[in-house]
Design a protein around this ligand. Sequence first.
Ligand SMILES: NC(=O)c1ccc[n+]([C@@H]2O[C@H](COP(=O)([O-])OP(=O)(O)OC[C@H]3O[C@@H](n4cnc5c(N)ncnc54)[C@H](OP(=O)(O)O)[C@@H]3O)[C@@H](O)[C@H]2O)c1
Length: 266
Amino acid sequence: MTHVSDLFKLDEKVALVTGGGRGLGYFSAEGLVEAGADVAICGRDIHGKLDDAVEKLKKKGKDCIAIKCDITQEAEVKQMAKKIKDYYGKCDILVNNAGLGDLGPSKSYDIKRWNNLINTNLTGTFLCCREFGKIMIRQKNGNIINFSSMGGQIGFSMGMTAYATSKIGIVGLTRSLAVEWGKYNIRVNAILPGNTEEGLMERLKDKNGPAYERVGKPLVNLVPLKRLGSSDDIKGTIVFLASDASGYISGAKIVVDGGFTINSGV
Ligand SMILES: NC(=O)c1ccc[n+]([C@@H]2O[C@H](COP(=O)([O-])OP(=O)(O)OC[C@H]3O[C@@H](n4cnc5c(N)ncnc54)[C@H](OP(=O)(O)O)[C@@H]3O)[C@@H](O)[C@H]2O)c1
């Protein structure tokens, strides 16, 4: 029997985190590195943060690389898979974190915005699953973690239809791939974060700021744990899902929302 602390170790593993240059993707990459994996991160790098992120990750003693890649572009995703195969010789873990949030009332939501959001959150995630799935099928080993959201499970009044559609789509993609690729020893799971005080929702971090007063406070009131999610909540879940500690979990939705979506409110 394996010692429990060894179940969480990721030594000798190679991971890719899409959108790993900032936000929840960066914390996911940091968790994987701290657990022992070599980690590649990718993004379009429009904020110029990829190289800084790699330097910070490298200081933790593992081999990290940055790859510029727009996951909506099929040719770029194929090129990224080739780069990782050439450099590391394999890919054990794929974390599909890259995604967009874009809110707007449905009755006037422009089709260009709809297509951009679905192309990024859903089609881009599928392209990465497909290209890295080919590597994992050849290896007869792999682990894919897809970022969905609690926003795909319940309705919100502030114009989240495109986002919610993309995120419930991720759950369907995850379950189908888990069944289709289980015979190749590939696990596929979805993480469903709630409102986390990082990344897209970073403005809620300042408890004295106007965004926290207007949006953060009412949301926190609905969270049984009475706080927003943190970088550690994401990091811990990603390492759990990426490691042998979750070895018999596949096709699951892991909800990380402090109980928000199961709260009846009374
Ligand atoms: N923060 C939350 O409260 C929360 C809650 C539930 C779910 N989520 C999910 O968690 C994931 C990360 O969100 P976040 O809050 O960390 O957002 P964020 O800070 O805005 O980061 C998004 C990341 O995705 C990358 N990205 C976006 N479009 C891309 C593209 N076409 N190709 C490659 N990379 C792309 C960005 O890199 P570049 O700009 O360099 O391309 C960036 O690294 C998303 O899937 C989001 O839906 C977040």
